[in-house]
Ligand binder design. Structure first.
Ligand SMILES: [Ca+2]
Length: 473
């Protein structure tokens, strides 16, 4: 992000720290009666920085449809992904779990150099599929089981749509992260329209997973969007990216137009978020955005719009997490969950106000050991009130420069007041030891790899001898 063009109006105002007891969501077997089950659309933006919306105060980007959606719903401007990378983030949205729990900590499997199939192993996605499907709860499957028609479009990592329980979808088995599904939004919205009409004909409620490859690279926006940004952004790359954001926004407008035309607007629960952040000026080379634990990597607005049930409200105070998305849908749709979920229902204001922190994990891009998340761990962290604590993991210590990962922490422990210092320029860990200790205890009570894994006693992993084969992130 270019500091000269960084909007400041989105900075948190009127912050009140909330420090009560840590609570976890119970598992539910109650909720909406079958006849009252809402339609659900989950919109997942891809590689989208949290400041880059009109409603977040950006001075250049045009997002009129998301701005309207934000004004019509419950909008959390301080949302966080569980980790700042596509596949683990989307696995959280399928399972309701943090990455160390659902097991998908990276986009690919790591192959040490020198192995016979190094490089080739990158294409071996079998262990990733097996690990994802071993999770006891998968949102699409659960919705299908209670009578929903469920559609997958856009990004879906490693599996075909039916393998995770969608009734309908665009992504076939055998690919990496979406296949034919990636045409949604960029080329067509027809599969969504056709699916919704079919679900209505059948008399079934519907769930749509809309995870378009937008504003993700390739940044090749149509001229009708790009013309709004020429000469107005810090770099040409930023011009292209802003136009991609507007492209995403326009598809969200098409969705809303369709819902209104079909008379579905009021009874459809729409949840919006981004799977990880982006740095408009520096893109993938940014040390603080995608794949980073810093705010430009992990923060996203989270919108919950359900006109029939949810009063519009903007919340600039409460940290929430995308781990809360599954519990919110579970509660709204009356699903049974066989495990305890770590997130909360975003519509349960009392529970949110009592939660002490939301948590962050950051891993290497490639998974070193799919049986042991700690082997790939770059950092853990939490956001509690104004404060954010980041603690380096064993990967950061063992791979100098973060070869396997990216943008490891600047220090082994970092503490920021993200209200006063939203770009994390002043590490206050040394001057606030009591606060570090308090938050560290909270972090360790959530997940302490030292207490649960032998990884630290293992020999260092071998760093790749050459840069990994370039692939779409
Ligand atoms: Ca992404």
């Amino acid at each position: 992000m270019n500091p000269d063009t960084t909007p400041r109006r989105w900075l948190i105002r009127g912050w009140t720290a909330v420090m009560c007891t840590l609570s976890f969501a119970p598992w539910w077997t109650f909720g909406a009666e079958p006849s009252a089950r809402p339609n659900v659309i989950l919109i997942i933006s891809d590689d989208h920085g949290f400041p880059d919306y009109g409603f977040m105060g950006h001075p250049i980007v045009r997002t009129p449809n998301l701005d309207r959606m934000a004004s019509e719903g419950l909008t959390f401007t301080r949302g966080y992904v569980t980790t700042a990378l596509c596949s683990p983030s989307l696995a959280t949205l399928l399972t309701g779990l943090y990455p160390h729990q659902h097991g998908i900590t990276g986009n690919d499997l790591y192959a040490p150099s020198g192995q016979p199939n190094a490089g080739g192993m990158r294409a071996n996605r079998g262990p990733l599929i097996e690990r994802l499907l071993a999770n006891p709860f998968l949102l699409p499957r659960a919705l299908t089981q209670v009578g929903y028609r469920t559609l997958q479009t856009g990004k879906l990592w490693n599996v075909g749509y039916a393998e995770v329980g969608f009734t309908d979808g665009m992504t076939s088995p055998g690919g990496r992260h979406g296949g034919e599904g990636l045409s949604i939004g960029r080329e067509t919205m027809e599969p969504i329209w056709n699916f919704i009409r079919d679900a209505r004909t059948r008399g079934q409620p519907f769930f749509v997973w809309y995870a378009p490859f937008l504003p993700h690279t390739p940044h090749n926006p149509p001229e009708r969007f790009l013309q709004h940004y020429r000469g107005r952004a810090p770099t040409h790359a930023a011009e292209l990216y802003y136009a991609m954001v507007e492209w995403l926004d326009s598809t969200c407008g098409e969705l809303d137009d369709f819902l209104k035309k079909e008379g579905l607007f009021n009874d459809t629960l729409v949840i919006y978020l981004a799977d990880n952040g982006w740095d408009a000026a520096q893109g993938n080379s940014s040390p603080v955005a995608k794949r980073s634990a810093y705010e430009l990597g992990v923060r996203t607005p989270v919108l919950v719009r359900w006109p029939a049930r949810v009063r519009p409200r903007r919340d600039d105070v409460t940290p929430v997490s995308i781990v809360d998305v599954v519990p919110t849908i579970v509660r709204a749709c009356g699903l049974s969950v066989p495990i305890e979920l770590p997130g909360l229902d975003l519509l349960d204001a009392d529970s949110l106000s009592q939660r002490r922190a939301v948590f962050l994990e950051n891993y290497g891009h490639d998974i070193v050991d799919i049986r042991n998340p700690v082997a790939s761990l770059l950092s853990r962290g939490l956001v509690s009130g104004d404060w954010k604590l980041l603690v380096a993991g064993p990967m950061a210590e063992r791979v100098p420069g973060g070869t396997q990962g990216k943008s490891p922490l600047r220090e082994s422990i970092e503490l920021y007041n993200v209200r006063a210092d939203p770009f994390e320029t002043r590490n206050l860990a040394a001057s606030e030891p009591a606060r570090v200790q308090e938050l560290r205890q909270l972090l360790d009570a959530w997940w302490n790899p030292d207490a649960t894994s032998p990884a630290r006693s293992r020999p260092p992993v071998e760093a790749p001898s050459a840069a990994p084969t370039p692939t779409a992130k």
